[in-house]
Design a protein around this ligand. Sequence first.
Ligand SMILES: [Zn+2]
Length: 286
Amino acid sequence: MPELPEVEALAGYLRQRAVGRRVDRLEIAAISALKTYEPAPTEVAGRAVIDAGRHGKFLDVLFEGGLHLVVHLARAGWLHYREAFPSTTPLRPGKGPIAVRVRLDDGSGFDLTEAGTQKKLAAYLVTDLAEVPGVAKLGPDALAADLPLFAERLRSRRGQVKGVLTDQSVLSGVGNAYSDEILHAAKLSPFAITDRLTDAQIATLHAATRQVLGDAVERSLGQRAAELKGEKRSGLKVHARTGLPCPVCGDTVREVSFADSSLQYCPTCQTGGKPLADRRLSRLVR
Ligand SMILES: [Zn+2]
């Protein structure tokens, strides 16, 4: 799933390539992806792209006249910039991977795509960002939050730090992959309880958050958007590396179920060498 660094890079790419261009046509190929009725997609035609940005994991393309195309890429969504399209024929609604196509006046443009059969990509055409439910309840940006704000937000919710860090209403932008990386960098157990963290641990976690996300943004911006693959991130130390050696200490990276997915961690770096109990598994054994 694209998180803060990938979405930031996509927004950066759109700022370079699309800003200043006028929209020829906005086509909706996956009807269910568009969550708003007013204004209609035809209203985007003729407007210039003014800016591209990010709110948490949401991508925001701003058009002339204050109209926003806000997109949540979900688990398997992505943005592909095209120098040219193979045909000028409008997309027909269907089962293909393209959900939304934006054609620009120089023949280039971009597709918002979603792989797989589970279609969760969500697009909104709005004049007021507060109309996008997911954006309205976002907490402060995880990369922008200073230490006092970060500490206040984290302590506002009592729970396992893995869950609190990925709760978009606490802090926005961090998902499953980067929370694994941040907790590994901070040498914290993913199951540590937020209101028991010391000031020093919170400060370490804050520094790790900035470091991990900042580095990932740099790496993502260094790649061309066409080559950016959400599922093929580089530089990860524990996430999606179960069974491989921890690059810091050499211990074996382990996995444990968490929420509806799983998390990865290094026992030596994060949990005093002790493997975390897999609740789902122990329930089955009992
Ligand atoms: Zn380690």
